[in-house]
Design a protein around this ligand. Structure first.
Ligand code: ASP
Length: 482
């Protein structure tokens, strides 16, 4: 059987097994007993084979792959002018498609209004009663609810903080240090954020960047190294050959990993379904439908761009990309999928490695259409659902919408290509419109599933980008794309 069919079967088997395990735990919980003895070890084995081993191996090769593929890509170009030409086309494509994605998401959430549906309102009431402790905890961070009108700490806050300190014991000082760090982070100016969060990671020590899988740092170093090799010429040939060889070797490891991917993916999906269960979708169904519907529309747009500019129709694209798409869907990490994406795009869709080796690592790090769309939908959903509470006095003016638009794009660029990263960077968008961050946990429960849809869209967007840029570079006289 073909690999993509096996991966698909693995996903289906994962859903079935995961649902069975979830059901067993539910039945036991309802009857007040512990799940059967085999339940825990089965979950442990699924976790070991899927998220730990398979994803661990994929993560292991990401950092060297980004370095090797960009150096190999840059040094294979005939001149630096071509690098510039590929570079700006790639960046323009990323900017355009990400902007379109946010636009589609905002239109969908403003038209469908998922936060105003009765089921969502019930979810809100439940969350508010369950989250009171969480609210107090975060009240300390923002410092606002902790103080009364005259700026004096409220007595209940002081009592609570004292209790926290006693409970925390030795942890206390660490807890306070965290609070200080978060408060300091909230008070930074855009200039400071640019220097600390964008420039500093880009210019970090390459070995530290490799060790931390700091993709932005690795990309910058790799570009510099590649460009310098092209300048030095013949004496740099051993360096160039080393990275080109390393690139090939990592692709071989990727092939091995792909051959075991059906089993690994079955385990990843089973573990996820067993942990989540279907009930969360009832109350947040409209929200999920809005995100998934918006993503569906954006996919149609990407397919149209690919067919019109890249001249590859949806059928060919699916045949070439399906393995990467399904792996992105189940691993929820564009970085972990990167080796497979490069493999599919160059070997099956005929994109020249010169373009793919440069644009795909960059895209996995910066171009996240699905994440950008999701950020906008999620924040407006939260405003719809919690708007009007005493600490959420936000009116959806054109200015607020524009602010969400811009920060959603930034949050998607800043998100790491790992599971649930979009949820973390959502704090940027929430802060911009003054939505207290203690309301974000409402959507935690369904985030894993939405992450599947946004990550696979992120990877699709990167792949279409590589196809389009390759086509624009070579024009109609270039080699035909497969
Ligand atoms: N998981 C996504 C990715 O790897 C990022 C996100 O959480 O939106 O592309």
């Amino acid at each position: 059987m073909k690999l993509h069919n096996l991966i698909f079967l693995g996903m289906l088997a994962g859903v079935a097994v995961g649902f069975g395990l979830w059901q067993v735990a539910e039945v036991a919980a309802k009857s007040g007993t512990a799940p059967p003895a085999w339940h825990g070890p089965v979950l442990w084995t699924l976790d070991l084979l899927g998220p730990t081993l398979f994803m661990g191996l994929l993560r292991m090769i990401i950092a060297p792959l980004i370095l090797a593929s960009i150096v190999a890509g840059v040094t294979s170009l005939p001149n630096l002018r071509q690098l510039g030409s590929i570079g700006w086309k790639t960046l323009v494509y990323y900017m355009l498609t990400t902007t379109l994605a946010v636009g589609i998401g905002l239109a969908a959430v403003l038209i469908i209004r998922p936060g105003e549906r009765p089921a969502s309102q019930e979810a809100r009431d439940r969350a508010l009663s369950e989250q009171s402790t969480l609210r107090e905890r975060y009240a300390d961070i923002s410092g606002q609810r902790a103080l009364d009108g005259a700026g004096t700490p409220r007595p209940e806050y002081v009592a609570w903080l004292r209790g926290q300190r006693q409970l925390a014991g030795a942890e206390g000082s660490r807890y306070e240090a965290q609070q200080r760090a978060i408060r300091a982070a909230e008070q930074r100016t855009p200039g400071e954020i640019f220097i600390n969060d964008i420039l500093a990671p880009m210019l970090s020590n390459p070995f530290a960047a490799l060790a931390d899988t700091n993709a932005l740092g690795i990309i910058c170093f790799a570009l510099l190294l590649g460009i310098a090799c092209s300048f030095v010429g013949a004496p740099a040939q051993p360096v160039v050959q080393f990275f080109q060889g390393l690139n090939g070797v990592i692709m071989q490891i990727t092939q091995w990993l792909m051959s075991v991917s059906p089993i690994a993916i079955a385990c990843i999906v089973a573990k996820l379904v067993a942990d989540t269960g279907p009930s969360v979708f009832v109350s947040l169904g409209w929200y999920c439908a809005t995100v998934i519907g918006g993503i569906g529309l954006h996919i149609l747009l990407l397919l149209a761009i690919c067919a019109l500019v890249g001249r590859i129709g949806p059928r060919r694209l699916w045949q070439g990309l399906r393995e990467a798409y399904m792996i992105a869907f189940s691993t929820r990490s564009s970085a972990a999928t990167l080796p497979v994406t490069i493999n599919c795009v160059t070997r099956k869709l005929g994109v020249s490695p010169k373009v793919a080796n440069f644009s795909l690592p960059l895209g996995a790090t910066m171009n996240m259409d699905g994440t950008a769309l999701y950020e906008g939908v999620a924040i407006i959903f939260l405003i719809q659902i919690f708007g009007g509470l005493d600490d959420v006095q936000i009116t959806m003016t054109a200015m607020t919408t524009l602010l969400i638009f811009i920060t959603a794009v930034l949050a998607s660029v800043g998100a790491a290509a790992v599971p649930n990263a979009g949820l973390v960077t959502m704090v940027i968008v929430a802060n911009a419109v003054n939505l207290p961050i203690y309301y974000i946990p409402l959507i935690f429960a369904v985030d894993a599933v939405l992450d599947m849809f946004r990550t696979s869209t992120n990877v699709l967007g990167d792949a279409v980008g590589a196809i389009v840029v390759d086509r624009l570079e070579h024009g109609s006289s270039g080699p035909p794309l497969a």
